[in-house]
Ligand binder design. Structure first.
Ligand code: CO
Length: 136
């Protein structure tokens, strides 16, 4: 079921500063900022040879990462994203084992235009896990 590591997401208090660190200091290629109001975040992707780093900045009053930044004022690793080829099949298999899917359990469209779901960190060894459906 589980495929490649798609990205590791790091929540940052200031996206511009985060981009500058990766682009100027580390010499990485970084995408343009993308506002995702439905997810309450603005994101960029740092392109690495073997995976991506997603930098997340809170967007709006009800941002799900605002509290995370409050607790981690310097930012911190927020989630990791694994690829699956059939997100509904993956969800149903996982749910049948008692694993909790966050929200209403229905996939939302993520930053890459693909369906995504999040799994409860308490069921995933303390790590918030995102599943993203990619073409097989
Ligand atoms: Co993500």
């Amino acid at each position: 079921m589980i495929g490649r590591l798609n990205h590791v997401a790091i929540a940052v208090p200031n996206l511009e500063a985060g981009v500058s660190r990766y682009r100027e200091t580390l010499g990485a290629q970084v995408s343009q900022p993308q506002a995702l109001p439905e997810h309450g975040v603005t994101v960029v992707f740092v392109e690495l040879p073997n995976t991506k780093i997603e930098l997340l900045e809170p967007l709006g009053q009800a941002s799900p990462i605002a509290k995370f930044i409050e607790r981690n004022p310097d930012g911190g690793i927020h989630h990791i994203c694994y690829e699956v080829t059939d997100i509904l099949a993956a969800r149903d298999v996982l749910a049948s084992t008692g694993l909790r899917v966050l929200g209403d359990g229905e996939p939302k469209i993520g930053a890459h235009g693909n369906p995504v779901l999040f799994l409860h960190p308490k069921d995933m060894n303390g790590a918030l896990v995102e599943l993203e459906q990619v073409a097989a």
